[in-house]
Design a protein. Structure first.
Length: 446
């Protein structure tokens, strides 16, 4: 039997890619859609002076703007039509998920399967519009007052505000539609791939800045080599942890129906080490950097004590890193409790006759799943905290003018793994169909 590495190499051979017309079409469609999304991040929003905005951002760099700029692929710093990015949709999806645990009507829809999920998706789209309008209005008002007398907005007033809301909201809805089209007609999760493309698009700039700092002596060239090795090791560590699972052994007892005996099999219930994904770092950084970003809009009029607080919780400061780590730990447990329901899982196992050895079905099984999930979430939350804090610590210690945060690396690695897995599944399905056709032909010849 071929090894796993040999099977993987066979599935990803160019010969197999050439034979799969459907997969080629899906890949080309995905690439085309991502190109459209990247083009939109360079189309400027009407009514904004790009030079004045760039000069003001250079003086007031850091904060929440850097986080949004990373997730939007630079569209926020250019104030393009896609400046809001896909974040309103992600926020709406998370809030709707939270609401399904509070409102029985939404919970009932969730249990209806595909039909109920279709209705929930429609609610998510409506809520995305609401969030996008609110955020776009906040950006329009902030731009009019950002930088004092720098005149970032050419003609302030209601006309600019309404135009900004329509432009930014329309850009977010277009990105949402592109993401849904990629998911249904392309390869991978469309929303994740849009964020992935935005982060990867900044890699050449980051590499160029690093090499320029090494050339001018701002950074020791040996540190550049160390950063490269460290990044490669961090990626390997993330891949290992994202694939890590705790498998709970499940047995199915034998049962007799008439003259036939069913069951008697065994399987595993896999629990991922990191159930919450990249949501905790995104939420933690957004909440922690929001006060400093808002304060930077009106830094001249802040009282002295508030300026001191803003300084201590600014990015790279020790207090910021302590609070950042604490928020990641909190959201890791909180979001895991939202997306994974031990009672529902135990009930499904009981319905199909599955039991954990030595544990009674029902409530005891749910308690066992919850106990196991809590223990592995401790490891997963610690892993997320370490991955996100180490780049922040290096940013603070070496005073780098750029930062490739742990959240960005997490997103890139996770999306890459998911997309590669989907491509592999398409290739395996294509090979399976080819084997079926060959067996039918052989049977017809005989």
């Amino acid at each position: 039997m071929a090894s796993a590495a040999e099977q993987l190499a066979a599935n990803f051979s160019f010969n197999n890619l050439g034979k799969s017309q459907e997969l080629r079409n899906r890949i080309f469609f995905t690439l085309g859609a991502l190109i459209v999304a990247r083009i939109g991040s360079y189309i400027p929003m009407p009514g904004v002076d790009p030079a004045a905005l760039a000069a003001q951002l250079a003086q007031q760099g850091g904060g929440l703007l850097d986080v949004f700029n990373t997730l939007t692929g630079g569209a926020a710093s250019r104030m393009a039509i896609f400046a809001l990015g896909i974040m309103p949709y992600i926020s709406a999806s998370i809030i709707i998920q939270l609401m399904t645990t509070v409102f029985p009507e939404l919970e009932a829809l969730k249990k209806e399967g595909a039909a109920g999920q279709k209705v929930i998706n429609q609610y998510t789209r409506y809520f995305t519009v609401v969030l996008a309008v609110v955020q776009a209005w906040g950006i329009a008002m902030g731009l009019e007052h950002f930088g004092g007398q720098s005149h970032i907005v050419i003609h302030p007033g209601w006309f600019f505000r309404i135009g900004a809301v329509i432009t930014l909201t329309g850009g977010t809805m277009l990105l949402m539609w592109i993401g849904e089209q990629i998911t249904s007609r392309g390869v991978g999760n469309g929303i994740s791939l849009i964020i992935f493309a935005g982060i990867v698009a900044r890699f050449p700039t980051i590499i160029g800045q690093t090499l320029e700092q090494a050339r001018t002596g701002a950074i020791n060239p040996l540190l550049v080599i160390f950063f490269a090795v460290f990044t490669a090791a961090l990626v390997a560590f993330i891949v290992f942890m994202e694939r890590a699972q705790r498998r709970l052994f499940v047995t199915y007892p034998k049962r007799q129906v008439g003259n036939k005996v069913y069951g008697g099999d065994s399987s595993h219930l896999p629990l991922k080490l990191n159930v919450s994904g990249v949501i905790p770092p995104i939420f933690a950084s957004s909440i922690l950097l929001l006060p400093t970003t808002v304060a930077s809009f009106n830094a001249q009029n802040l009282p002295g004590w508030l300026q001191t607080v803003v300084t201590y919780v600014s990015r790279g400061q020790p207090l910021y890193m302590v609070l950042y780590g604490a928020l990641i730990l909190f959201f890791a447990f909180f979001y895991t409790s939202i997306v994974f329901n031990p009672e529902e899982t135990a009930e499904n196992l009981k319905k199909y006759g599955g039991v954990f050895p030595g544990i009674r079905p029902g409530k005891k099984s749910a308690q066992f799943i919850d106990y196991t999930l809590t223990r592995i979430t401790v490891i997963g939350a610690a892993y997320l905290t370490v991955v996100c804090l180490i780049p922040e610590f290096m940013f603070y210690k070496y005073n780098l003018s750029f930062s490739l945060g742990g959240t960005s690396i997490l997103i890139v690695v996770s999306v890459t793994m998911d997309t590669v897995a989907q491509i592999q599944s398409h290739l395996v399905a294509q090979q399976y169909e080819g084997l079926l056709k060959k067996s039918k032909l052989r049977g017809a010849r005989r």
